[in-house]
Design a binder for this molecule. Structure first.
Ligand SMILES: C[S@@+](CC[C@H](N)C(=O)[O-])C[C@H]1O[C@@H](n2cnc3c(N)ncnc32)[C@H](O)[C@@H]1O
Length: 289
């Protein structure tokens, strides 16, 4: 242990490697070599909370202590970003509403059932946004419709289930959308309306692990936006494989605007919509290993 000028322990290179590899193996998040100080700063409060004096002890705690599981989740919490807001990336959402939903309506006309998954949903804004778009389309009245949101962080899932938000979550929400889909709770607080909430469920799921039963249905569309950016290539490929298996043939995959499948997967087809590019699981064929 080396005293830092704040009196807090400094993370040595070996401890950094151990913690970085452990985090990567658990959730696929790659902490770059130049992020040792960021990791150190974000984990200091955990050492303090547990009364540990160095990062080697913290690593051993994460690996072997009886309380390791909740602490691992807290550590991941400290190292991940949950940035999100309602109606994020409106161009893609418009393409989804105008061009994807009519296709899904036709495809599923017989079953009258629709499933949409927000994978890496953070505090729920994306999942609720999708439910709002489904409602607004007017296409699925009387259908069995469900939007499922999942995330690795139980803390953000608790916020999602509560469905109450402040100004930062609403930065791209128009006054019209605000009055249509939210109930005002106070000057700076709103709650998603109950008819929208009724369409949405949330579950805990680590995208690096096979599905643990948070939602068993096949999906017609998956939004996995601004999640792959935190992973390296093998971890991205694991997530894409999982999404591919989960999508119904012909089902759609929407990524964040800075993400694409180049050099990651040839198993999805690129679909040129008028308003955007999206991916689709082909009707025929399986995953090529
Ligand atoms: C930046 S947020 C994106 C939220 C939303 N999809 C959006 O685009 O607005 C990334 C989310 O991915 C989640 N995440 C990171 N690694 C994950 C993993 N292995 N499994 C599930 N979720 C993960 C984080 O907890 C975080 O909430």
């Amino acid at each position: 242990m080396m005293p830092f000028d704040t009196g807090r322990p400094e993370m040595n290179v070996e401890e950094f490697r151990l913690l970085r590899d452990f985090v990567y193996a658990y959730c696929g998040i790659l902490v770059r070599d130049d992020m040792k100080y960021v990791m150190q700063r974000r984990l200091w409060p955990r050492l303090e909370a547990l009364g540990l004096t160095d990062f080697g002890s913290y690593y051993r705690y994460l690996r072997f202590d009886a309380q390791r599981r909740p602490e691992l989740e807290t550590a991941i919490e400290a190292l991940t970003t949950h940035e999100t807001y309602f109606f994020r990336e409106p161009r893609q959402l418009k393409a989804f509403s105008d061009e994807v939903l009519p296709v899904l309506e036709r495809r599923n006309a017989r079953t009258r059932r629709l499933r949409v998954w927000s994978a890496g949903c953070s505090s729920g804004e994306e999942a609720y946004t999708l439910a709002m778009l489904l409602k607004e389309s007017g296409r699925f009245e009387g259908w069995d419709v469900e939007v499922h949101g999942s995330d690795i962080s139980r803390r953000v899932l608790a916020v999602a289930r509560q469905g109450e938000y402040g100004p930062s979550a609403l930065r791209a929400t128009s006054a019209d959308q605000l009055s249509r889909y939210f109930v005002q709770l106070g000057p700076n607080r709103v709650r998603v309306r109950d008819d929208i909430r009724a369409l949405v469920s949330f579950g805990h799921h680590n995208l690096q692990e096979p599905e643990q039963g948070s939602c068993s249905s096949r999906m017609d569309a998956v939004f996995c936006r601004n999640v792959l950016i935190y992973f390296d290539t093998p971890a991205r490929q694991r997530v894409l494989r999982l999404i591919y298996e989960k999508l119904t043939p012909g089902g759609y995959l929407m990524l964040g605007h800075s993400e694409n499948l180049i050099n990651l997967s040839a198993d999805f087809e690129l679909v040129h919509l008028r308003g955007d590019l999206v991916y689709r699981r082909p009707e025929l064929g399986g995953w090529s290993p």
